[in-house]
Design a protein around this ligand. Structure first.
Ligand code: F6R
Length: 234
């Protein structure tokens, strides 16, 4: 694991941008993307650059179940407004949160990932150590699946909704097995409330109780954290 500690999230965005640029320069064609507050500074740097993704494919980690793409809280909407409107990809895939048949949707998504092996996957980190929506205790063998979100994640994500009750209770998520297949992983975490999860991920035991600790087994991981998120590292 290559760990880069920066002053703050703005500086983290600049480092994250460099990782995307290097990947593109080295021929990467498929980018795994994340939503949430963490990657926004990296996406902003990309939007303000001359990087060109028009020959590339993007595949997002996850999407809430039961939310329309036109809903501002959907991950599809987030991706459009934070990245795709300014930096279009040749094709962009997200799980369909409105899929009538969730099992068929899971299979469809796994097939997309199999047919487009991911060169670079960006990840955020949940306060409970989740990556994608793989909550503590999730088996490491699963690929895309429907997740029941934990109370802690629902509470953490309620800041994006009018109330906690409006946060969907389920999401489609790539599984840990899907994530581990990516050639290069870039995990970003900013802020003091990520410090415990960062410590567990980097220094703690490799355990299903802290899903991100699985990254200790991946051969090519870059971690970008700010000083606050790094504050509990020894
Ligand atoms: C989002 C995702 C989640 C977030 C994580 C951190 O696509 O898969 O794992 O990365 O919940 O969220 P933020 O960045 O909002 O702190």
């Amino acid at each position: 694991m290559k760990v880069i500690v920066v002053k703050d999230q703005a500086a983290g965005g600049k480092e994250g941008y460099k990782v995307f640029k290097d990947a593109l320069d080295n021929g990467a064609k498929v980018f795994g993307l994340a939503t949430g507050s963490t990657p926004v500074t990296t996406y902003k740097e990309i939007v303000n650059s001359d990087l060109d993704f028009s020959n590339c494919t993007s595949i997002n980690l996850d999407e809430y179940v039961g939310i329309k793409p036109s809903n501002e809280q959907s991950y599809k909407y987030f991706m459009q407004s934070n990245l795709f409107d300014k930096k279009p990809f040749k094709e962009s895939f997200l799980p369909n949160g409105l899929a009538a048949d969730p099992e068929a949707e899971v299979k469809r998504y796994d097939k997309i990932i199999d047919e487009h092996p991911i060169d670079l996957q960006i990840l955020g980190l949940g306060r409970n150590g989740h990556i994608g929506f793989n909550e503590p205790g999730t088996s490491r063998d699963v690929t895309t699946h429907v997740v029941n979100l934990t109370e802690s994640t629902i509470e953490a994500n309620s800041r994006f909704f009018a109330s906690e009750n409006d946060v969907p209770k389920q999401a489609f998520s790539m599984g840990l097995a899907s994530i581990m297949k990516s050639k290069h992983l870039l995990l970003e975490a900013f802020g003091e409330n990520k410090a415990d999860a960062v410590k567990g991920m980097i220094e703690g035991p490799d355990t299903v109780d802290l899903p991100a600790s699985i990254l200790q087994n991946h051969p090519d991981v870059t971690v970008i954290i700010d000083e606050a998120a790094a504050s509990k590292l020894s």
